[in-house]
Design a protein around this ligand. Structure first.
Ligand code: ATP
Ligand code: MG
Length: 629
């Protein structure tokens, strides 16, 4: 079947389409109805069917390939490397599940997982799935405040954590931050389970804290039966990155998610049992949930979990992993590739990368220079994929399992099966034609695997995502998009990143792309700031490639003028930023996304706002200094 037909069927006959995809996973009890959309925008998939994520990710492979590698945990921080076969992973998950049961966790209880990138974190996620508990993984880089708000929102019975993480060879405390967060939070978890990595001393709170290693000894031979869940019971809560404000607790189901991942592993990521998948994200993000843990394991692949920097011991470390474990599919982010681009090319050439068949990149716009560089360096297809925490798997990409169309620079591709993607005019609610800019939206129902609701807040779900267009119930992605005449989509930035200069609506992303095309600009953020005369004006903060070129006030002036001329030439004078400031670093979230809102606030003399997800607060200081002249 060609992709056009495949896609068409998914939209016009979703019941037949998804029924077929559902056969990619094991069902303990078959479902009755494929989908129930009687209460829009709430969708139910595979109603009445009973299944389990842990069974599909682990148990069923123990039956067919017990000795195949399942989880490869590599830490360049502690210099450890361990491969768990499906049989071994099964045993560890059973031990963890037994411990959780002994600590009073039952079906429907929340378990918050605040852990570094270690194998035990995966055991904990899968153990929750096994016993029907709802996990909420909180990114290990977050500090007490972010953690406390998530504890209060998810109200976990149990928290699983560790003494410390490690970054660049230095131990980073987890336990004291966790204690502080519990102190701050209104909700108090009954139990805390701690993995002691012996990286830092740790005090256990009597009656509350339990040491994992000693519990594990007690449950070495535990066999915990899988709890069969109705397809629409919740599997996990995951908070969005918080780039645009207060994070939202995305709640996902069991059956729809399992089917969506199984289908995506086949059609988009093209992974086969026995092969190795390497996703460089973190389990604290949706990419880590779907494509470090559940996706590859559901597909019977070995999955690599990596703790460490991409540049330590040297910038070749990821390529050495590809070589050693014969990775066939790799998934990373444009930010990470930009880091690797700065490394000496010999580090890459040292390794045999012939096992690698494709590299997938997601999370932020893939700029042309990065894409072109990595494509040239690896000689494999680079597949951009666009999606969100909310959707759990790609909305736009190229489904290479079925679709041999060429990628187009700057475009993540075409709508993935199941997503009825529209570009909608936000003031009229009407569909835009080809080459007309609008909001990227998805006609309901969302396909399997997407969020069911915002945890504990159905009303916020409807209000936030489904109430953005007049006369139309459609899910808003909050991203601007455009479709070209051949059906390729382009993301033009976030709807709240649009600026209005003298009545002209300009996407900050468009201006950023234009500025980044200047040969001496490495990275740039553009924000709109209030202006009495024009409503808003664009202001740019750019990182020069060659620092010398922005060392003196004169050289900065000259570079600024060149950058402005570039924008004039490409987009017109209306888009020209009023100022271009040069900085060494830009404020980003821990997931690598530009915090344009905070930059904007500083420019307008306001407080930088909610900074719980910022990577390095020092970057804001640079913005302040630049503004101060
Ligand atoms: P929040 O919703 O809390 O503000 P967030 O939107 O940054 O945070 P995520 O769900 O991690 O949280 O990110 C999804 C967003 O990332 C998309 O809406 C889009 O703006 C951007 N994005 C993801 N992948 C791509 C891509 N391939 N190309 C362009 N943009 C992308
Ligand atoms: Mg978002």
């Amino acid at each position: 079947m060609n992709y056009a037909e495949f896609y068409r069927q998914s939209i016009t006959d979703p019941e037949t389409f998804w029924k077929e995809q559902a056969s990619r996973i094991d069902w303990h009890q078959p479902f009755g109805k494929v989908r129930d959309y009687s209460n829009p925008p709430f969708a139910k998939w595979f109603v009445g069917g009973k299944t389990n994520l842990c069974h599909n990710a682990v148990d069923r492979w123990v039956a067919s390939q017990p000795d195949a590698a399942a989880l490869i945990a590599i830490s360049t921080e502690t210099e450890t490397e361990k491969t768990y076969t499906f049989r071994e992973l099964h045993a560890e998950v059973n031990r963890m599940a037994a411990i959780m049961l002994s600590l009073g966790v039952t079906r429907g209880d929340r378990v918050l997982i605040y852990m570094p990138m270690i194998a035990e974190a995966v055991f904990a996620m899968l153990a929750c799935a096994r016993i029907g508990a709802i996990h909420s993984v909180v990114f290990g880089g977050f500090a007490s405040n972010s953690l406390a708000t998530r504890i209060d929102d998810a109200t976990p019975k149990l928290i699983v954590s560790a003494d410390a993480g490690s970054r660049g060879g230095k131990a980073i405390a987890y336990k004291p931050l966790l204690d502080e967060a519990i102190e701050l939070a209104g909700h108090k978890p009954q139990r805390v389970l701690l993995v002691d990595r012996k990286l830092m001393p740790m005090n256990l709170v009597a009656g509350r804290d339990t040491d994992y290693a000693s519990e594990r000894e007690r449950y070495l031979d535990a066999q915990v039966p899988v709890v069969w869940l109705e397809s629409n019971e919740p599997s996990y809560i995951l908070y969005t990155s918080g780039t645009t404000g207060k994070p939202k607790g995305v709640q996902r189901d069991v059956g729809g998610y399992a089917v969506a991942l199984a289908a995506s592993m086949r059609h988009i990521y093209c992974g086969k049992p026995g092969e190795t998948y390497f996703c460089t994200s973190d389990i604290g993000w949706v990419v880590g949930h779907s494509y470090i843990v559940y996706g590859p394991l559901i597909a019977g692949m070995a999955t690599i979990m990596y703790e460490g920097l991409p540049t330590r011991p040297d910038g070749g470390v990821w390529w050495s992993i590809v070589d050693k474990y014969k990775v066939s599919r790799m998934f990373s982010s444009p930010t990470a590739i930009r880091v690797l681009k700065k490394q000496p090319p010999e580090l890459m050439r040292k390794y045999d990368l012939s096992s690698l068949q494709a590299l997938y990149l997601a999370g932020e716009p893939l700029d042309e220079p990065t894409s072109a560089w990595i494509a040239g360096a690896l000689g494999v297809p680079i597949i951009d994929n666009y999606w969100q925490t909310e959707t759990g798997w790609p909305i736009l990409s190229i489904a290479r399992g079925l679709d041999q169309r060429a990628t187009r620079l700057g475009s993540p591709g075409v709508p993935m099966y199941g997503y009825n993607v529209k570009i909608i005019n936000e003031s009229t609610g009407e569909e835009c034609g080809a080459s007309q800019k609008g909001v990227l939206a998805i006609e309901g129902p969302l396909p399997p695997g997407c969020m069911q609701t915002i945890y504990g807040d159905d009303e916020r779900f409807v209000k936030t995502y489904w109430s953005n267009f007049p006369q139309r119930l459609a899910y808003s992605t909050f991203d601007w998009g455009i479709r070209d005449a051949d059906g390729y989509y382009f993301i033009l930035g976030r709807t709240d990143d649009v600026i209005n200069v003298a009545g002209h609506r300009l996407g900050t992303r468009e201006i950023e792309e234009s500025i980044a095309s200047h040969p001496n600009i490495a990275e740039v953020a553009v924000v709109g700031i209030a202006d009495q005369l024009k409503g808003q004006i664009a202001v740019a903060f750019a990182i020069p490639k060659n620092v010398d070129a922005a060392e003196t006030p004169e050289s900065r002036k000259a570079l600024e003028a060149e950058v402005m001329a570039t924008v004039d030439h490409q987009l017109g004078a209306v888009a020209r930023p009023a100022r271009v400031y040069f900085v060494g670093q830009l404020p980003k979230t821990r997931s690598g996304k530009l915090l344009r809102r905070s930059i904007q606030a500083l420019c307008e003399g306001r407080d930088a706002g909610d900074l719980t997800t910022i990577e390095d607060p020092q970057s804001l200081q640079q913005i302040r200094q630049a503004l101060a002249g």
